[in-house]
Design a protein around this ligand. Structure first.
Ligand code: MG
Length: 374
């Protein structure tokens, strides 16, 4: 297959000096010197459908008996379900064995905040099972905004007109009494995944945030607010990009700043934040591999630093910008199956190379890294 590479001039002409072929590594040991981070939406999947021959491409990263051969993770700004559940879903869709450790979602860094809010009442917002996600991370008093809003009569004046709301699912979620909710202020709100009912969520969040964590009370200090990502748009099943969490953030912020005395304070995670790439690197360097003697007993161990880390993404302002900001040893590969659909490279955030599909990306990587291919 002929790759339609668009090399970024200087970087492509000067490939990594220290890039080593697979067979040259570690005195005959067979540890790869590279790792790969794949974005999901617009690279691996569109909606729930695999694209770009992603199942076939990923199979090349496993041994014949289905064990992981080359370290790779999914690095997505999406989410809404626990990593363990998402790993099972991806394994079925892509027909390879994905471990929970290989799934890094936009909200995965929230687990670092457990010590701060472990026993505090926190609200989780978004599609899927946001409360289950936070509970799995170790937060003990988490409530979804769906359940929380039910405790406040008439908090959403448009609620009676939302005839599309046919059922309320509180699966895997702890239930609370009215006394629980009225006796404690919300200490922080987490936008775990894309909000579903924007009008209600904006209303209830404005109430929580400007009333010191308890809607209907006097105006008070804003509790902390966290977003799992800040994507303005992303590629879903519809042909044109859809509004993402960044669009929701802009909407909430615009309204809050008009009705509140002080501007909205918040923290956003997800790509292109450099800490996401640092975390991805550390996971890739400790991922248990079939060929790794350190993991023969089933436990991952930190190996030598990887020489090259590939970021395969479809969104220049998220995936490629992030990899560029993270710097070496990250190497960015832009696909044309998602947000980016141009013929050449992206002007503002050019990738190291541009390919049509994830299959071409994997082909490029394996040819470059392995003398004899995979
Ligand atoms: Mg994407």
């Amino acid at each position: 297959m002929v790759l339609r590479h668009v090399y970024r001039s200087i970087r492509a002409k000067a490939p990594y000096k220290h890039s080593r072929s697979f067979s040259q590594l570690h005195s005959g040991s067979r540890w790869p010197s590279f790792g790969i981070a794949f974005d999901i939406d617009g690279v691996i999947l569109r909606g729930n459908e695999p694209i770009g021959n992603s199942p076939q491409a990923l199979k090349r990263l496993y041994t014949d008996c289905g064990k992981l051969k080359f370290p790779f993770i999914f690095l997505t700004n999406g989410g809404g379900v626990p990593e363990s559940k998402r790993a099972i879903e991806l394994s079925k869709m892509l027909e390879v064995n994905i471990q929970p450790l290989q799934v890094v979602q936009g909200h995965s860094p929230f687990k670092q905040l457990v010590n701060r809010y472990e026993n505090d009442l926190i609200v989780a917002v978004g599609k899927g099972e946001p409360a289950a996600v936070m509970s799995e991370y170790g937060f003990k008093k988490v409530i979804s905004i769906d359940q929380y809003a039910l405790f406040f009569d008439n908090i959403d004046p448009l609620g009676p007109y939302k005839k599309w709301v046919t059922k309320m699912t509180l699966d895997n979620e702890r239930t609370y009494s009215k006394e629980d909710i009225y006796s404690e202020r919300v200490k922080s709100a987490f936008i775990v995944s894309d909000p579903v009912d924007w009008s209600r969520d904006i209303q209830v969040l404005c109430d929580i945030l400007r009333c010191g964590g308890l809607p209907g009370r006097e105006y008070s200090h804003q509790p902390p607010l966290y977003f799992a990502s800040d994507d303005l748009e992303y590629q879903a099943a519809f042909p044109i990009e859809r509004l993402g969490m960044g669009a929701f953030r802009i909407t909430l912020e615009s309204i809050f700043n008009r009705i509140s005395y002080s501007p909205l304070k918040y923290t956003s995670y997800g790509k292109p934040n450099p800490t996401v790439f640092e975390n991805a690197r550390s996971i890739l360097e400790s991922l248990p591999l079939d060929c790794d003697p350190h993991t023969a007993n089933g436990h991952g161990a930190s190996r030598q630093p990887l020489d090259t880390l590939y970021m395969v993404g479809d969104n220049p302002v998220v995936d490629i910008k992030g990899a560029c900001q993270a710097g070496r040893p990250w190497f960015s590969i832009l696909t044309r199956t998602g947000v980016f659909k141009g013929k050449g490279n992206h002007e503002q955030f050019p990738a190291d190379i541009v390919v049509d599909t994830v299959e071409e990306a994997v082909d490029y990587i394996l040819k470059k890294e392995c003398r004899n291919g995979s």
